[in-house]
Design a protein around this ligand. Structure first.
Ligand code: ADP
Ligand code: MG
Length: 234
């Protein structure tokens, strides 16, 4: 698969064209950002680890009936994916309180809920990815009602699948962010699923094995990503 021109460079990945119009290469960088890019840094070999972790997770989800953009693992930092038109809405699922939810609801980190929380954020870096609801999505035509229904259905199924998947690896899925895209008229899961986009706490010790180690300077960042990769590869 030939790597063509660079289509887009984001904070964590670069998208390249290929010789097939409906496929692109997702290249994973070591760059890390947090707090709406106010904090910047690099995590050594993060790109390699996130590409492998994401590839495994997309394969697992596809096996369980979730349509995804994943085509194939190409090399250490490259994944071949279907080229989608990204729905400009970040979909967040929360199983326990962490991050912005603690400020939003005035609760302590780790607080449990009666049921999982589904949040939508407008994917707009210049606005700080603000929290929105379904009526904003419809009013601004970010997605149709049918697309929102599909996204919600897939997201809740993904939460069930991934919560069990990680529990088997002695990791608790605290929260995560998804991005969906349109491909040939259908909604499919896109972007990545990795310790950059999930909060994962080790069951028993509560050790954070995700980007919070970078956000809050907790140390052992590379080791945490490697630990997740080791478990996911089992
Ligand atoms: N299959 C895909 N087709 C097209 N664009 C995608 C696909 N998967 C993810 N993207 C988009 O490509 C970009 C990936 O790079 P990233 O570094 O995450 O960017 P950002 O800084 O915008 O989050 C994101 O904007 C993401 O929405
Ligand atoms: Mg991104």
């Amino acid at each position: 698969m030939d790597k063509g021109t660079k289509i887009y460079e984001g904070k964590a990945k670069i998208m390249y064209a290929t010789d097939q119009a409906d496929l692109v290469i997702q290249y994973f960088k070591d760059d890390a950002t947090a707090f709406n890019a106010a904090k910047k840094g690099t995590i050594t070999r993060k790109g390699v680890m996130n590409n492998k972790i994401s590839s495994k997770i997309f394969e697992f989800l596809a096996f369980h009936g979730i349509p995804t953009h994943f085509e194939k693992y190409l090399s250490e930092r490259e994944m071949l994916v279907k080229k989608v038109a990204i729905v400009p809405v970040e979909v967040v699922v929360r199983n326990r309180a962490a991050g912005s939810l603690c400020r939003l609801m005035g609760v302590k980190e780790g607080t449990t809920f009666a049921s999982p929380i589904l949040e939508f954020c407008y994917k707009r870096d210049d606005l700080g990815d603000p929290l929105i609801n379904e009526s904003h999505i419809l009013a601004f035509q970010l997605a149709t009602a049918a697309e929102i229904a599909t996204i919600k259905e897939y997201t809740l199924k993904i939460n069930d699948l991934l919560s069990k998947f990680f529990k088997n690896l002695a990791l608790e899925l605290i929260d995560f962010k998804l991005e969906f895209g349109r491909y040939k008229g259908a909604i499919i899961l896109a972007d990545e699923i990795s310790p950059d986009t999930c909060r994962l706490w080790e069951i028993g010790t509560g050790k954070k094995l995700d980007k919070d180690r970078f956000r809050h300077n907790l140390g052992d960042i590379e080791e945490a990503y490697q630990e997740v990769l080791n478990r996911v590869s089992k």
